[in-house]
Design a protein around this ligand. Structure first.
Ligand code: ADP
Ligand code: MG
Length: 242
C-alpha cells in the first residue's frame, strides 16, 4: 500500500462572475516537501490557497489531507479543524499581544500551557530575547520570524504561505528565505508557498507548480522547469534568473 500524500488537491475549479479563476487545478504535496505555486499576478494563486485553507470554496473538485477528505462539493470541514497553518504577506501578528502569546495563539491554553514549545520555537528563530516584546517593537524581519513560529507552533499537517517575503527589504530576503527553508525542513510539514518570483521558487521549491490564467501549465523540480520550460511563456518567465 502506498502512503497518501500529505495534501492532495484534485480538479479544483472556482469561477467569479462566470470567469474561471482556478481552472481544473490538481497537485499533491508530501510531508517535508516545499511546493511553490508560481505565476504572474492575477493567475489564481491566492484563490487556490484560500480554497485549501477553507476561507473560500471551490465550485468543484476535492481536497484531501493524509488521505482524509477535507472538502468537496458536498462536504466541508471548517478552516479551524483542517490542521492547516497559514502565513500571509503582512504577517498579521496581533498588535495587542506580546510575542509569547502571538506564538502560542493556535495552542490550547495559550502561552502558560505551552511554555516549552514556544520557548523552543523562539530559540530556533533566534528571537528568545524578544519573548515579552510587542509586534510594533520589532523590525519587519523579526515580525516575519514570529509569524513563522506562530504558524508552526500547532504542528500543522500543511502550511500555506502567501508571498511571505514580499513585504521585506530586498537585501534581507535571501537570508530570510534560507533561514525559513531550514526551519520548514526541520519541522517536516508539507508546504504550499505562493510566489510570483521565479528566483524564490528556484531557491526554495522541491516542486514548482507553474500557473497561468487559472491553470497549472507545468510542474516538476526547479531545474527541470528551468532547463526544459514547457513553452515560450514559461521560458520567458524563467529568463530573468541567473
Ligand atoms: P494571484 O494571487 O495569482 O495574484 P488571485 O487568486 O488573487 O491571483 O486572483 C485571481 C483573479 O481572480 C483575479 O483576476 C482577481 O481579480 C479575481 N478574484 C479574486 N478574488 C475575487 C473575488 N472574491 N471576487 C471576484 N474576483 C476575484
Ligand atoms: Mg495573490
Amino acid at each position: 500500500m502506498t502512503e497518501s500524500p500529505r495534501l492532495q488537491v484534485r480538479n479544483l475549479i472556482r469561477a467569479f462572475d462566470g470567469q474561471r479563476v482556478v481552472n481544473d487545478v490538481s497537485f499533491a504535496v508530501s510531508a517535508g516537501e516545499v511546493a511553490c505555486l508560481l505565476g504572474p499576478s492575477g493567475c489564481g494563486k491566492s484563490t487556490t490557497l484560500r480554497i485549501v485553507a477553507g476561507v473560500d470554496m471551490q465550485d468543484s473538485g476535492s481536497i484531501h489531507v493524509d488521505g482524509n477528505l477535507i472538502c468537496d462539493t458536498h462536504f466541508r470541514i471548517p478552516p479551524e479543524r483542517r490542521a492547516i497553518g497559514l502565513m500571509f504577506q503582512d504577517f498579521a501578528l496581533f498588535p495587542h499581544l506580546p510575542v509569547s502569546e502571538n506564538v502560542a495563539f493556535g495552542l490550547k491554553g495559550g502561552f502558560v500551557a505551552n511554555r516549552a514549545r514556544v520557548a523552543a520555537l523562539l530559540e530556533r528563530v533566534q528571537m528568545s530575547r524578544h519573548i515579552d516584546s510587542y509586534p510594533h517593537e520589532l523590525s519587519g524581519g523579526e515580525q516575519q520570524r514570529i509569524a513563522l513560529a506562530r504558524a508552526l507552533a500547532p504542528r500543522p499537517r500543511v502550511l500555506l504561505m502567501d508571498e511571505p517575503f514580499s513585504g521585506l527589504d530586498e537585501r534581507l530576503r535571501d537570508g530570510i528565505r534560507d533561514d525559513t527553508l531550514a526551519l520548514l525542513k526541520d519541522e517536516g510539514t508539507a508546504v504550499l508557498l505562493v510566489t510570483h518570483e521565479p528566483h524564490e521558487a528556484m531557491r526554495m521549491a522541491d516542486q514548482i507548480l507553474l500557473m497561468r490564467n487559472g491553470s497549472i501549465v507545468q510542474q516538476g523540480a526547479p531545474y527541470n522547469l528551468y532547463n526544459a520550460p514547457a513553452d515560450r511563456m514559461a521560458a520567458a518567465f524563467f529568463s530573468d534568473i541567473n
